[in-house]
Ligand binder design. Sequence first.
Ligand SMILES: [Zn+2]
Length: 56
Amino acid sequence: MPQRVLCHGCNHVLYEGPELKPPDEIIQQCGGRCPKCSRKLSLLPLDVEVKPVNKR
Ligand SMILES: [Zn+2]
């Protein structure tokens, strides 16, 4: 199932792809911060939004 992960601060797309990834892995890949608004991303409380991507 495709997955999209958004920053809660600015709705920047942190990850979008066909693989389902755990949010902590995505946050680690971003260096723990949103590359756009520099908001620190934390897992608890979950600071990113995970949405399924609609089929085209
Ligand atoms: Zn952001």
